[in-house]
Design a protein around this ligand. Structure first.
Ligand code: COA
Ligand code: AMP
Length: 630
């Protein structure tokens, strides 16, 4: 069957489509049906099945004779080391950690926060939680203590599993002091912490609260897999929304397994025994779905990469790893390719490696700009698949499903909807617009298996954020259009989320931090175009009356505040002091117009502007910072 037939088969009988897909999963008790719609507009999938994620990702492959196959390959150019872990070893290690967690009282449904760098132990911690039905929440290492504290208070973990340190080029990230500070700041206190001591930095443990990874597991009985209901949360992953309070995206177990298994074969063309690599981080959704769970559920080999696309040690590191591990499908963010392209415009580093096994390159996380896609097509000579999805969906909404059929590529488009997704482009009144017309991108409910059923402890917020604007639809927060061939184009966000080097960040959260500075009366943060990172945040600060301190000093303090409170990943380095912010007569800050001025795009004077002269002041301030860039 080709793509059209597969998509039509789903349209004709979604229930049969997903029940068939569910056959690829080992259930302890099969679900009686796929969709549970009794609580619409909240939907669930496979709720009455009983299943275990870790069994499906690890144990079943050992049973099927794949015990000696490498499950996880740790490629760490930053520590100059490479290490493979077989499925059998992974099973032993995960069962041991799960046993230790259980012995310390972690039970089904308890939350466990994982704060770790790109080491195999991060995946082992995730799988150990899944093994006993505990709900993990992985926090990205580039977030600061305050962000970790916010997540601790929201998901109230019984335990936290962390590493002593992470390694960034030229800098050690001291995880343990960040963890201690976060626990200090949080109202909720975990019962205990497990610390993986890395040889690069041994952390000081707090007696009675902290255990070392190895000591913690010493002499414990390995734990078996605990079957859980299909609608049992597998994990919570926080993502940026409009405010400083991140959204806790919930993933249910049954749908997660079914959707990822389906996507591995049909989108990435990966089956048991194949080798797959997603160069992202376990702290992001790509890391959850396609470093940890997807490839392991499929019985493939996955790569955990601890390094950067450039500088660790050179811009050929991706190609070296693809060669050495004979990677078949490779997934990265466009920004990583832009970084490589900048240092290796003619693809000289690519030519040094034998990439015979590579069959396709997948890009996501941000818009794939045509120049980057074309550079990759030219130098790699394989299909370059831009695909579009979100933390909320957990897997691709639109893609070119290479495992079914390679569709013609249209550069600039993530191609076509995947089964399960009925994508509509809507006008402000919620009416579908015609081909080629720009609008808000929405997905007709129900969303498919594997997507978020709700937000953690925040059902009302879930409804308000995603379901209320267009009744009967899920609002993606992205705007774009569909062309006459049904290809989708993602053009911009409709909210205050920006995308910096493939990292999703909230300008609202940054504004909250800036507004906390004693001299800042009012502020606005916008995302301006950046050649390497896609977007970069830029802050405008209005100072409190009577403040006569040097502006540079205040800007510097504001930059540090964002780094300290949100983290280095915010990459907030640019801010300027202005007298006033441009607003509508009703008081709304005209951020979109400011973005257009900064990016050197054409813009119109908004009809509702309160005082047009302020835009001249903003233009001058931007000029002072070198915007628009040439
Ligand atoms: N732990 C701690 N700090 C981290 C971190 C982590 N896991 N990841 C990033 N940071 C820090 C960086 O060290 C940097 O700090 P600095 O201000 O002291 O230099 C800051 O956060 C910004 O990092 P980053 O956005 O990665 O920028 P960069 O300039 O270091 O590197 C790229 C630029 C393009 C090479 C890099 O962004 C990259 O590899 N991007 C790919 C992103 C990706 O895979 N995203 C996943 C979505 S699919
Ligand atoms: P995240 O939840 O971090 O995965 O970020 C999701 C957001 O990133 C989407 O809503 C889009 O705004 C953007 N995004 C992800 N993939 C793509 C893509 N292929 N093309 C354009 N934008 C993308």
């Amino acid at each position: 069957m080709g793509y059209k037939e597969v998509y039509s088969a789903w349209q004709a009988d979604p229930e049969k489509f997903w029940m068939d897909a569910a056959e690829k999963i080992d259930w302890d008790e099969k679900p009686s049906k796929a969709l549970f719609d009794g609580n619409a507009p909240l939907y669930e999938w496979f709720s009455d099945g009983m299943v275990n994620t870790c069994w499906n990702a690890v144990d079943r492959h050992v049973e099927e004779g794949r015990g000696d196959q490498i499950a996880i390959m740790h490629e760490s150019p930053i520590t100059h080391s490479t290490k493979g872990i077989t499925y059998k070893e992974l099973q032993t290690r995960v069962a041991s950690l799960a046993g230790a967690l259980k012995m310390r009282g972690v039970e089904k449904g308890d939350r466990v926060i994982i704060y770790m760098p790109m080491i195999p132990e991060a995946l082992e911690a995730m799988l150990a939680c899944a093994r006993i039905g505990a709900v993990h929440s992985v926090v990205f290492g580039g977030f600061a203590a305050h962000e970790l504290a916010v997540r601790i208070d929201d998901c109230t973990p019984k335990a936290i599993i962390a590493a002593s340190c992470g390694l960034e080029p030229g800098r050690t990230v001291h995880y343990k002091p960040l963890l201690d500070e976060a626990i200090e700041q949080a109202e909720h206190k975990p019962e205990f912490c497990v610390i993986f001591q890395r040889e690069q930095e041994v952390a000081k443990l707090i007696e009675g609260r902290d255990f070392s990874w190895h000591g913690f597991q010493y002499g414990v009985k390995p734990a078996d897999c605990v079957p859980v209901e299909g609608n049992h949360p597998a994990y919570i992953l926080y993502t940026s929304g409009t405010t400083g309070q991140p959204k806790g995206v919930v993933r249910h177990t049954g749908g997660h397994l079914v959707a990822l298994q389906w996507s591995m074969k049909n989108i990435y063309n990966i089956e048991a025994g194949d080798r797959f690599w997603a160069a992202s981080d376990v702290g992001w959704v790509v890391g959850h779905s396609y470093i940890c769970y997807g490839p392991l559920i499929a019985g493939a080999t996955t790569v955990v990469f601890e390094g950067k696309p450039i500088g660790t040690p050179h811009p050929g590191v991706f190609w070296r790893i693809i060669q050495n591990n004979r990677i078949k499908s490779f997934f990265t963010a466009p920004t990583a390719l832009r970084a490589i392209k900048r240092e290796d415009p003619n693809g000289e580093w690519i030519k040094r490696y034998a990439l015979h096994d590579l069959q396709a390159l997948y890009l996501a996380g941000e818009r794939a700009d045509p120049a980057t896609v074309e550079w990759a097509q030219k130098h790699l000579g394989v299909p370059v698949v831009d695909h579009w999805w979100q933390t909320e969906t957990g897997w691709a909404i639109a893609a070119n499903p290479i495992g079914i059929e390679e569709l013609p590529t249209k550069v600039g488009s993530p191609s076509v909807p995947m089964p399960g997704y009925d994508i509509q482009v809507l006008d402000e009144g919620g009416h579908p617009v015609g081909a080629g017309q720009l609008g808000a991108i929405a997905i007709k409910l129900p969303l498919p298996p594997g997507t978020l059923p709700t937000l953690w402890n925040a059902e009302a917020r879930f409804k308000k954020a995603y379901l209320e604007q267009f009744p009967g639809y899920y609002e993606t927060g992205d705007a774009g259009y569909v062309d006459e061939d049904g290809y989708l184009y993602i053009m911009a966000r409709t909210d205050d989320v920006i995308n910096v080097a493939g990292h999703r960040l909230s300008t609202g959260a940054m504004e909250e931090v800036l507004a906390g500075h004693p001299d800042v009366a009012e502020c606005a943060v916008i995302g301006v175009a950046d050649e390497l990172k896609g977007q970069t945040p830029l802050g405008f600060l209005c100072l409190s009356s009577g403040c006569n301190r040097p502006h540079e000093e205040i800007v510097k303090e504001c930059v540090s505040r964002v780094r300290e409170q949100i983290g280095p990943v915010a990459a907030f380095k640019l801010a300027t002091v202005v007298d006033r912010l441009p607003k509508t007569r009703s008081g709304k800050i005209l951020r979109a117009t400011m973005v257009k001025i900064a990016d050197g795009q054409e813009w119109k004077m908004p009809a509702t502007i309160d005082d047009p002269a302020i835009l001249d002041e903003i233009t001058e301030a931007l000029k002072g910072l070198g915007y628009p860039r040439k």
